[in-house]
Design a protein around this ligand. Structure first.
Ligand SMILES: [Zn+2]
Length: 676
């Protein structure tokens, strides 16, 4: 069979692809990409924006398409064979991108264009592209003298290793712990499915009874529902002391070393701290702005958090005579109180959220807001028969995008939900190439007797991913690397999170929240309770998120060389945000994988930042009408279509007329009004 991946393609040709096609296709595409780079560096002509920056942007286009195809498959429909291929292909791609980052001739040309930028007549998008390409090199040390470059490579190598080891320790700590329970009363309070999981786990280990572990699906239900307070305490301390046992899996030294190396790297590159380095490419821009943001939110959230804590404390006293609420009581009594006050049960809501109805609803909302029409088509290749495909049309019938939707779990699909693309949007040679966007979820499958019925949480997840998809589909930029969701990290969740707001609005729910058997609309009273319960204990939850943000900034926004003791440092960083007493045996930093293993260093604040943005933006819709075409057009023109072509704060101000205000979030979260 002919290897279709060797040549450029438009729609991903899933049906004609065999696994053995990937490797040769990648090899050929890499060769082509290298030739395209050589052509730039080998040019006799003086460097210009077109022959260098733009040429670099479009170099390796086929390689990018292949990578999307392959790695999307590896997430949504993988196999041992594909995983083995990924092990072979990933290093080739890493090598290629390292070669570009270290290509001195290429950097020299980009640098020349960058230095002469004052004389060039570039539009905003071109300026952003130039800046992005130049920063790609300079943030990797391309402008440094040789000895500093060598040191930078050493740091990067050591950091990569340390982060890996940090993660391995956390994983090993998680895996080596288990709480084996054999008496019924020890698991009292756990819901049916949690019990079943725990007993299956025990059985798989050849044990009687139930096994509880530190994995979230096991840990969270136990902390939320288990009646036995001592066992909750035991599990909570085990969870909180990962990497903090002063043994071979201890992470304290690693944390100190990672912080020190990150600081050294930032200083080497000319930044004041690691946070300064990271935030240069974020909407928040500076550590001072992030700190101001966290402080301001803390001022507002703390009084509410203290009130809620008092309320929870009295509830726990009334229920069980608890004198002093501890960390291991929080989730448990919050859930109990929530049940008492709202009596909301997933099973009661699910019949109103049949998947097909919710999809039709979200399409209808996109139609009302942006004039989009989704036409299901059957002749587009997919990687699995469950995947649905749509042509997305605009008001004049023009093609806006191809949309893939893959809703149900399968072996071979990773957990969670995400949006991705098979082809980016861009403009070239007078053509506006339209994007191919996909969302992948893991919603309950239909059975013989019942259609797929979503929990409310799944409904908001679908809206969330669909919001990312709109960002991709409505993109209208020239350069693919600035298109759609290619925006600063603390801005990318605005289009997705704002969509979730429609799930709480009666006018929107009327489009889709009908009982799958009776057709009856979800009762208003239930909508009200969903809304209220979604803000329940929001002050405490906010303060908790803020405490993580403060800890993250404490580690990364200043010179860490004076820090001697991880735990003591952490207690100080937490001081102003803690409601519960400290547990000396536990430490957050030694298992804070988000910032010490993953990519969230100096970025944890983004969770709250994005909420502020989406609440403030949605307040504008609320004010003018949630289906107001004019506001929707503004949102599309200023934000959704613009990708990363302009600094996000400028895009936001163009939409809203001002910088985002905290008030709509505080109001939505119920933090402005006094609660009894
Ligand atoms: Zn998201």
């Amino acid at each position: 069979m002919k290897n279709i991946l060797l040549e450029p393609f438009d729609l991903a040709p899933f049906r004609s692809v065999k696994n053995e096609h990937f490797k040769p296709a990648f090899e050929k595409a890499l060769k082509t990409a290298r030739l395209e780079i050589d052509e730039i560096t080998g040019s006799e002509a003086p460097p210009t924006f077109e022959n260098t920056v733009e040429a670099l942007e479009f170099a390796g286009a086929h390689l990018d398409r292949l990578s999307s195809l392959f790695f999307n498959l590896n997430s949504a429909e993988t196999s041992e064979e594909i995983q083995a291929l990924a092990q072979e292909i990933s290093p080739l791609l890493t090598e290629f991108s390292n070669d570009i980052a270290l290509n001195e001739a290429l950097f020299k040309r980009v640098e020349q264009v960058y230095e002469g930028r004052g004389q060039l007549d570039l539009n905003t998008e071109q300026q952003m592209l130039l800046e992005k390409k130049y920063k790609y090199f300079s943030r990797n040390g391309a402008h440094l003298p040789r000895d500093k470059k060598v040191r930078l490579r050493e740091i990067d190598k050591e950091l990569a290793k340390l982060k890996l080891t940090f993660g391995e320790h956390v994983l090993a700590e998680t895996n080596r712990y288990e709480m084996h329970l054999t008496k019924e009363e020890q698991v009292a309070g756990l819901p049916e499915d949690a019990l079943e999981t725990a007993s299956q786990l025990a059985a798989s280990k050849g044990k009687e009874g139930w096994v509880i572990t530190l994995d979230y699906p096991s840990y969270i239900p136990f902390m939320t529902y288990a009646n036995d307070r001592d066992l909750r305490k035991r599990l909570s301390i085990a969870f909180g002391s990962k990497g903090f046992h002063r043994d071979d899996l201890d992470n304290q030294e690693l944390v100190l070393r990672i912080a020190a190396l990150r600081h050294e790297r930032a200083v080497l590159l000319g930044y004041e701290s690691h946070a300064h380095f990271v935030l240069e490419e974020r909407m928040a821009e500076t550590p001072a702005r992030v700190m101001e943001f966290l402080e301001e939110l803390k001022e507002k959230a703390k009084p509410a958090a203290l009130r809620e804590f008092g309320m929870l404390q009295s509830f726990a006293r009334e229920e069980d005579g608890i004198d002093q609420l501890q960390k291991w009581d929080g989730s448990y009594y919050t859930e109990k109180l929530k049940q008492k006050l709202f009596d909301l049960d997933d099973e009661k809501l699910k019949p109103y959220f049949k998947l097909e109805n919710v999809i039709a609803g979200v399409f209808k909302i996109a139609g009302e807001l942006y004039g989009l029409r989704f036409e299901e088509v059957k002749d587009i290749d997919t990687y699995h028969e469950d995947v649905k495909t749509y042509q997305v049309k605009g008001e004049k019938g023009e093609l806006i995008a191809i949309f893939y939707a893959d809703f149900h779990p399968r072996p071979g699909k990773r957990g969670g939900a995400w949006m991705t693309s098979y082809k980016p949007q861009y403009k070239r040679k007078g053509r506006n190439e339209r994007p191919h966007i996909s969302i992948v979820c893991n919603f309950t499958k239909p059975t013989k007797s019942k259609p797929s019925l979503l929990t409310f949480n799944e409904v908001t997840t679908l809206f969330h991913e669909f919001g990312h998809a709109l960002h991709g589909m409505l993109a209208d930029t020239t350069y693919p690397s600035l298109s759609g969701t290619s925006v600063y990290w603390d801005f990318v969740e605005l289009p997705s999170q704002i969509m979730e707001n429609w799930c709480f609005e009666k006018e929107a729910l009327e489009y889709f929240a009908h009982h799958y058997e009776t057709g009856e609309l979800l009762p208003m009273e239930m909508i009200k309770r969903i809304k209220e319960s979604s803000n329940f204990m929001e002050g405490m939850a906010t303060l908790r998120q803020l405490s993580f943000g403060f800890l993250d900034m404490a580690w990364h926004a200043q010179d860490p060389s004076g820090i001697e003791e991880v735990k003591a440092f952490e207690v100080e960083a937490f001081a102003d945000t803690q409601l519960y007493g400290d547990t000396p045996d536990t430490c957050m930093s030694t298992a804070f994988s988000h910032i010490f293993q993953g990519g969230y260093s100096a970025g944890y604040y983004s969770y709250k930042w994005a909420e502020v943005l989406d609440a403030d933006a949605f307040a504008y819709f609320k004010e003018k009408g949630i289906f107001n075409r004019e506001i929707a057009k503004k949102f599309k023109d200023c934000i959704l279509s613009q990708g990363g072509t302009t600094k996000p704060m400028d895009l936001y101000k163009a939409f809203r007329g001002s910088e985002p205000s905290l008030d709509p979030l505080l109001e939505r979260a119920g933090l402005l009004k006094k609660t009894a």
